[in-house]
Design a protein around this ligand. Structure first.
Ligand SMILES: [Zn+2]
Length: 429
């Protein structure tokens, strides 16, 4: 599980101090920081990480003479599939020194991946994330409403008085729970909302159906799913406030945040970002400077981006690269006969399925979901049982689940392959 951003250790506070300054570094300062961090990382991986020890030998790459960014492209990009199947080789032989927190993700592609994170990368992630939220007007202590996959066993929402945050478990999203949390929001009056855009919009929809109002925050930060123009517009209209898009991943290989001027920036002091153009598409490649326990170099993030037309410095004054758009995955949502609505939160169900290369949920009727799986030889009946437990937690006991081992996932008419495909009218918009 991801560490809560509200448990702030000393290391994070130090990084917050640095990030406060580094956001205003000029291009030269930023570049020399990147070179220095990459150089150190390459030397470390060449010495301590079995996969890179081998690879560097094979391609004749000498990390000791590397100058950082220059020459990095000599190293081939890294596919998620390689990390999934050869995970052990990516763990540094001295990882214990840096901290070894287990994490798992399936991202928006439905491919489960197990990771090891160092203490330093986690501290950096929290510090960089808090700085990005700060651009949206957030400060620690600001009255906040947060909607996430919290796994509260016995409650729909919890209020943390110390951090001033009302947390709603998005696994429990249905009309009745939404109306209860809306009443709580209207009493608490949070200034800041954060969560999946789909889930926040569902609250607005339920409120509208019942003719009640939701107290508007000053700003909303969305993450965890693609923020389409339609969703952004709707959020703005429903809540009459500013909307900020935020993007990060468990692998810590990239971070994208929207600044006060409404522009998207690659957070270049948190990770080293590259863009590879191929077949008219621009792929994002990322390298975390800080995860010495399990370094991933030139990691293929598998989300495309649209570059900014203008090379002008953003009016916010920061030299971080600007992009126009994140073209992420588009998930439909699942509806249960019990009235639950589940969007991107569903991807957490398959975080731990061993032997799953790719997965997909296809809803054919209100009480029937097919789980399509592309598997490898490590897939066992036990993996399927574990998968079912994770899915049942969200979909309930009544939903008929059919597991299909397939060679190819189902596509939309347009050719895209979403993780959730709805055939009962709950499409992504
Ligand atoms: Zn800016």
């Amino acid at each position: 599980m991801e560490k809560s951003i509200f448990q702030i250790p000393f290391k994070t506070i130090n990084r917050m101090k640095l990030y406060k300054k580094s956001q205003y570094w000029n291009a030269d300062q930023l570049a020399s920081y990147q070179d220095e961090k990459l150089k150190k990382l390459l030397i470390h991986t060449g010495k301590h990480v079995p996969y890179y020890r081998e690879l560097f030998k094979e391609i004749g790459f000498n990390p000791n003479t590397s100058r950082g960014r220059e020459g990095l492209t000599q190293i081939p990009t890294l596919e998620k599939e390689t990390v999934r199947t050869r995970k052990i080789e990516f763990i540094a032989d001295n990882a214990a020194k840096y901290g070894m927190t287990k994490d798992s993700t399936s991202g928006s592609t439905g491919t489960p991946l197990h990771l090891i994170l160092s203490d330093n990368v986690q501290a950096n992630k929290i510090a960089a994330l808090l700085r990005s939220y700060n651009w949206a007007g957030y400060k620690i202590g600001t009255k906040t409403f947060s909607l996430q996959s919290y796994y509260f066993p016995a409650s729909e929402f919890k209020y943390n008085r110390f951090y001033n945050i009302l947390r709603f478990d998005s696994n429990k999203l249905q009309k009745s729970s939404a109306l209860r949390v809306i009443a709580e929001i209207n009493r608490f009056k949070p200034k800041f909302f954060m969560g999946f855009p789909f889930d926040i919009l569902m609250l607005a929809r339920f409120a509208r159906e019942e003719g009640i109002e939701i107290n508007s925050p000053q700003s909303i930060v969305t993450y965890g799913e693609t923020l389409s123009e339609a969703k952004r517009k709707q959020l703005k209209t429903e809540f009459n406030c500013k909307v900020f898009n935020f993007y990060s991943l468990h692998e810590c290989s990239a971070m994208i945040a929207e600044c006060e001027a409404g522009n998207l920036h690659l957070i270049d002091d948190f990770a080293y970002h590259e863009v590879i153009e191929e077949n008219g598409k621009k792929r994002l490649i990322g390298t975390s400077y800080y995860n010495y326990s399990m370094p991933l170099i030139r990691y293929e993030i598998r989300d495309n981006i649209e570059l900014c037309d203008s090379s002008e410095l953003c009016s916010c004054g920061r030299h971080f690269s600007r992009i126009k758009e994140i073209i992420g995955k588009e998930c439909d949502y699942i509806q249960t006969s019990g009235g639950r609505f589940l969007g991107a939160v569903m991807s957490h169900s398959i975080d731990n399925a061993d032997g799953v290369i790719c997965s997909q949920c296809v809803q054919h009727s209100i009480d029937e979901v097919d789980i399509n799986l592309i598997t490898d030889s490590r897939f066992r009946s036990k993996s399927q049982k574990e998968l079912e437990i994770g899915l049942r937690k969200r979909l309930g006991e009544k939903m008929k689940l059919k597991f299909n081992i397939v060679n190819e996932l189902e596509k939309r008419p347009g050719g895209k392959t979403p993780f959730i495909l709805s055939k009962i009218g709950n499409e992504y918009f």
